[in-house]
Design a protein around this ligand. Structure first.
Ligand code: CUA
Length: 431
């Protein structure tokens, strides 16, 4: 009864669940026993025939007092002892643990590996190997929680905390921020992929994405940062207003400020507003929403972001041509079609507009997209099968899904047939 805990995916999970279930069962047992006895006596000795009946007088019993004092005390000590032993096992870091640095910031999780590989919103670990995550926050109190691993700990500015666990099965798991930290607290998620040691080695040593990044034009690099740094949570690529202003046609505009003055949106204004957003608040927007990025972005990242905002002039399409070298990447790894598809998703910047976690960015999420049915903007029905997905990638404007802007560039001639099939294979894995 009452077995509602999530999947057990770490070595300590069965023990945590065992003690959790034990406490639940004991609580249920005593609640039912005590409330049941109370109800029974209330009924058994209620006033009858409009007249009080004397109840039997029972004198105290030392034996009974002993029993119901000693037994529960022993049970409590036992549970306390088990809890201490299991907790000890949970916090002890094995010597050969894989270390991952975690940086929490409103509202994203950054991870850094021992070899310098960096990710945001996703981290990968090998199955069967202990992991030690060393966590720190840049701004406020957050809390890192991976339910399937049964670990959770506060992440505190100005102090290091850690969690450690040993994953026992492969798969994709969710982690959450579980301490309310502001507007987008609920979107502060990260996914954990537990993979084989072989796949992990390949992944962690695959730096082609970072190298490819260095070869991209500043605006494409900016587009990727826009997504990776989580700017897209608050700033749309259109003109619509989310928590912050939209980026489309923002550059060069005369922006009215909350204090009644106005400012021309140029490079200096954008730099100031990214580094210290509260200095000039645009009319109609609340202060203290955006974190200050002073010291958070390199000069190159800052310039790339500004180039990206500048490029969103409504005329120019962000150029995706100067792309990473796929032959090199594929030669380096014998990836499955779905894995190749994931690469294309990341490097062809599908990632900028299509999420994997169900959230709506500019375009529909890819989670569960394969086989999905729905309505197009023109009212007709569609089923997302191979043919539909192919057409939508080649010529997106021909079948726009209801509720979305016709914002996607046509990939006809930009992707090979094989790339396209791999991408669809990848979509099929996103249940
Ligand atoms: Cu970070 Cu809630």
């Amino acid at each position: 009864m009452f077995r509602y805990l999530p999947e057990q995916a770490s070595s300590v999970a069965p023990e945590v669940d065992w003690i959790h279930n034990l406490i639940t069962d004991l609580s249920v047992f005593f609640t039912v026993a005590i409330c049941g006895a109370m109800l029974y006596f209330a009924f058994r000795y209620k006033r009858r025939d409009n007249q009080d009946h004397e109840t039997p007088r029972i004198e105290g019993s030392n034996f009974l007092e002993m029993v119901w004092t000693v037994i529960p005390t022993l049970v409590c000590i036992w549970i306390g002892w088990e809890g201490i032993v299991i907790y000890q096992r949970m916090v002890e870091v094995p010597k050969d643990a894989l270390e991952i640095s975690v940086q929490a910031q409103k509202w994203k999780w950054d991870f850094e590996y021992e070899n310098g590989k960096k990710t945001t919103g996703e981290f990968v670990v090998p199955v069967g190997k202990p992991v030690n995550m060393i966590m720190r926050s840049t701004d406020v109190l957050h809390s890192f929680f991976i339910p399937s691993m049964r670990v959770k700990k506060d992440v505190i500015p100005g102090r290091f905390t850690h969690i450690t666990f040993t994953p026992v099965k492969t798969g994709t798991y969710h982690s959450f921020c579980t301490e309310y930290c502001g507007t987008n607290h609920s979107a502060m998620l990260a996914s954990l992929r537990v993979v084989s040691q072989q796949e992990y080695d390949r992944w962690v040593n695959d730096r082609s994405e970072e190298e490819a990044m260095a070869r991209l034009t500043p605006e494409v690099r900016g587009a990727k940062l826009y997504k990776d740094k989580g700017c897209n949570a608050c700033h749309s690529m259109g003109e619509d207003k989310l928590i912050g202003p939209g980026f489309l046609k923002l550059f060069g505009k005369d922006e009215a400020l909350a204090d009644g003055t106005s400012v021309k949106v140029d490079e200096n204004y954008l730099e100031e507003s990214i580094k210290n957003p509260n200095i000039k608040i645009v009319k109609g927007f609340a202060p203290n929403q955006m974190p200050a990025y002073e010291g958070q972005l390199s000069d190159d990242e800052l310039r790339s972001l500004i180039a990206f905002i500048k490029a969103l002039d409504g005329v120019k399409e962000i150029k995706l041509d100067d792309e990473p070298n796929f032959d090199e990447m594929e030669a380096a790894a014998d990836l499955s079609p779905a894995e190749k598809g994931r690469k294309i998703y990341e490097t062809k910047l599908c990632i900028t507009c299509h999420s994997l976690d169900g959230s709506k960015v500019v375009g529909p999420t890819f989670q569960g997209i394969y086989g999905k049915k729905g309505k197009l903007a023109d009212g007709s029905e569609y089923t997302a099968d191979d043919a539909y997905l192919k057409d939508s990638i080649w010529k997106p404007a021909a079948q726009v899904v209801e509720g979305y802007p016709p914002a996607m560039p046509a990939y006809e001639g930009q992707l090979s047939d094989e790339d396209l099939n791999n991408l669809i294979e990848f979509m099929k894995t996103l249940k």
